[in-house]
Design a protein around this ligand. Structure first.
Ligand SMILES: Cc1cc2nc3c(=O)[nH]c(=O)nc-3n(C[C@H](O)[C@H](O)[C@H](O)COP(=O)(O)O)c2cc1C
Length: 263
């Protein structure tokens, strides 16, 4: 049972690879969180693994992933193997510690954890990778996934293969709270007159806060996944001036229809 969250497809590519290799079902966290009929109750088969696959946001799991775990009810849990994969542009700080603390509160424990460096999609600061770097990262990610798949299949515990970066404690415990406090604002999203009203932004929004009348309008509870900006086919959506003249990215191995959050 693999729970995943993805803004631009990298984490979904990783989740699909692990799901296929290990014959595990995939469950979209944002679909579950947005569904009206939500019990957040799941029943494990004997010896079934539990996985959490998501992008790292400011050196921690996305808020929606932690909120989902807080609500989770797992039936038939008997110290099942739990893994996590965080995809990132560079490094993940103490993301696995944050996730494990959240699981501990539910009486669960992370068995093994991994990070995979994949193309960067955080264009509010910085830019996307060059095509050459993007291709190299995607190729290397496939190699890393082969290794992760074997470790998960063999249920190997206490394997933490993570790129933490410099001063991971500070990144996660100081910068992440600042990000959560100040950077989640939706006021800076705007749309220019290239917008055709195609509604793709509405469909890929993980928080289901975009409503397109003629053009998109944003509500408040945004996760900053940036799917609206990256999937806009005419590059009509910007975040203040931060994203102007920056590239757009979507994982080439994932289709737009796989990214739509239909409830
Ligand atoms: C809001 C936000 C914050 C991010 N923070 C980090 C970070 O702290 N470290 C990092 O290496 N990459 C960071 N990234 C890049 C993503 O983690 C990376 O591109 C990821 O693979 C995207 O996965 P997805 O396509 O499944 O959304 C951030 C991206 C976003 C949108």
């Amino acid at each position: 049972m693999i729970f995943y969250f993805s803004g631009t497809g990298n984490s979904l590519e990783a989740a699909k690879s692990i799901g296929n290799y290990n014959d595990e079902r995939l469950i979209s966290i944002s679909k579950e969180m947005n569904s009206e009929n939500r019990s957040f109750e799941y029943t494990l088969k004997d010896n079934e693994v539990i996985g959490f696959v998501f992008p790292v946001y400011a050196w921690a799991p996305p808020k929606m992933v932690l909120q989902f775990i807080e609500k989770l009810k797992i039936n038939n849990y008997n110290d099942n193997y739990i893994f996590s994969v965080a995809t990132c542009g560079e490094n993940i700080g103490d993301t696995m510690k944050v996730l494990d603390n959240c699981l501990n509160k539910k009486g669960m424990k992370l068995s093994s954890g991994f990070s995979i460096v994949m193309p960067n999609n955080y264009i509010i600061m910085g830019n996307i990778d060059s095509k050459e770097v993007e291709n190299k990262k995607l190729q290397f990610a496939q190699e890393i996934l082969k290794n992760i798949n074997i470790i998960i299949k063999e249920r190997r515990v206490d394997i933490f293969q993570v790129e933490k970066g410099f001063l991971p404690g500070i990144l996660t415990s100081v910068i992440n709270p600042l990000f959560n406090k100040y950077a989640m604002n939706t006021k800076k999203f705007n749309v220019n007159n290239k917008c055709t009203g195609c509604r793709i932004c509405e469909k890929v929004c993980n928080s289901k806060i975009i409503r397109v009348k003629e053009k998109p309008e944003w509500g408040n509870a945004c996760t900053q996944c940036l799917a609206c900006i990256h999937f806009c086919p005419v590059k009509a959506i910007e975040y203040g001036k931060n994203t102007q003249n920056k590239g757009r990215y979507k994982n080439p191995n994932i289709s737009i229809s796989e990214m739509q959050i239909t409830i």
